[in-house]
Design a protein around this ligand. Structure first.
Ligand SMILES: *Cc1c(COP(=O)(O)O)cnc(C)c1O
Length: 342
């Protein structure tokens, strides 16, 4: 069982302090809710008193609704004509749809002109968005424009924020406001004061994962076997290189374990797809993300779906059955069997 334990008070204090220092932010709760799940991110968003949250795709709206979110939801992935769920949501007055192409503006005008929309402007990231040179002449007549949105992949500077704002200002509806991401709180507040239009900022990682001491991930030791050197172990019958312990600990590929630090995801992926020979070559070289007796032991073989075999040298039993051991996982790709609040 892979467990996420959240120090609820500490986490809540961090979230509240973040929102207080960066007023008007829009919590992003896409995907697995940054590891916490939509139940918790919705509950916290309600406690924080925010008026709107953001999800990644239209299909995630139902999930935050099920968990009790009844205010506005922004769908970050831009609307496309083939997405039936997204199209259905155009008639929900509390779902804000992102529109990123000129032809989609026209399509939404035909389908549901009263749908609340944000118009995305292309940035240097070149992912989605109406081109900067198309903004001024964009025909948004008859549409329920809530504002404009720009997304930068990582830390954006104040000047980049200003530059994006200048582009939006070319349009008569710039006054509806601009939604940013990845500005520092200081730059966000500076921009909010500088621009005479409403400014908002979406935040996911810095909000939910900003206090790394507010949560921890652990696996449970399921078995510990002392084995002499050259004992074949695991599915691949690979021989141990010295005397020591095989520790079977919960947490495997189904949980997203080993898809991130401390070894490169790529080396593990290569390891997982190749045959027994490749496995044998990698044994002893791939450190696991588990911490046992203060160290990251090596994997004895590639992780299984729900557990992993790691090798700990002797002497002395490194852990006991039932012990909980820390695991380093990437929160946005992890799946937990249990989330415990304490
Ligand atoms: C994911 C996402 C964010 C939040 O990004 P973090 O780095 O997790 O804060 C903001 N805006 C958009 C458009 C996104 O897709």
């Amino acid at each position: 069982m892979l467990k996420l334990t959240v120090d609820e008070q500490r986490w809540h204090n961090h979230l509240a302090a973040f929102v207080a220092s960066c007023p008007g932010i829009v919590p992003v709760t896409k995907g697995n809710g940054y590891g916490f799940g939509h139940a918790l991110t919705v509950q916290e968003s309600q406690r924080l008193g925010v008026d709107v949250i953001a999800v990644g795709v239209a299909q995630e709206v139902a999930s935050v609704r099920e968990h009790g979110w009844d205010k506005d939801v922004v769908v970050l992935n831009p609307w496309r004509p083939g997405d039936e769920v997204a199209t259905e949501l155009l008639s929900d007055p509390k779902v804000v749809t992102t529109i990123s192409r000129v032809e989609d503006v026209a399509a939404v005008r035909d389908l549901a002109p009263s749908a609340p929309i944000l118009v995305e402007v292309e940035t240097s990231m070149h992912r989605h968005g109406v081109g900067a040179d198309e903004v001024a002449a964009l025909d948004l007549d008859g549409l329920n424009v809530r504002g404009w949105t720009v997304h930068r992949p990582s830390r954006a500077t104040l000047n980049e924020g200003r530059e994006m704002a200048r582009i939006v200002m070319r349009h008569p509806l710039a006054s509806r406001g601009i939604w940013f991401s990845h500005l520092s709180c200081d730059d966000y507040i500076t921009l909010s004061k500088e621009l005479d239009v409403p400014v908002r900022m979406r935040v996911g990682t810095r909000l939910w994962l900003g206090d790394a001491d507010a949560y921890r991930v652990t696996g449970t030791v399921l078995d510990v076997h002392w084995l002499p050197k050259a004992t074949p172990v695991g599915y691949h019958r690979i021989k141990t290189r010295r005397d020591g312990y095989i520790v079977v600990v919960s947490g495997g590929t189904a949980h997203g374990v080993a898809l991130s630090a401390p070894m490169s995801a790529d080396s593990v992926r290569r390891w997982l797809v190749r045959g027994a020979e490749a496995v044998a070559n990698m044994v002893g070289r791939v450190r696991s993300p588990f911490t046992i007796a203060g160290r990251h032991p090596i994997f004895a073989e590639p992780p299984h779906m729900h557990s992993s075999l790691v090798f700990c040298g002797g002497p002395g039993e490194p852990v006991q059955v039932g012990d909980e051991v820390p695991v380093n996982v990437r929160m946005t790709t992890a799946t937990f069997d249990e989330i415990c609040l304490k």
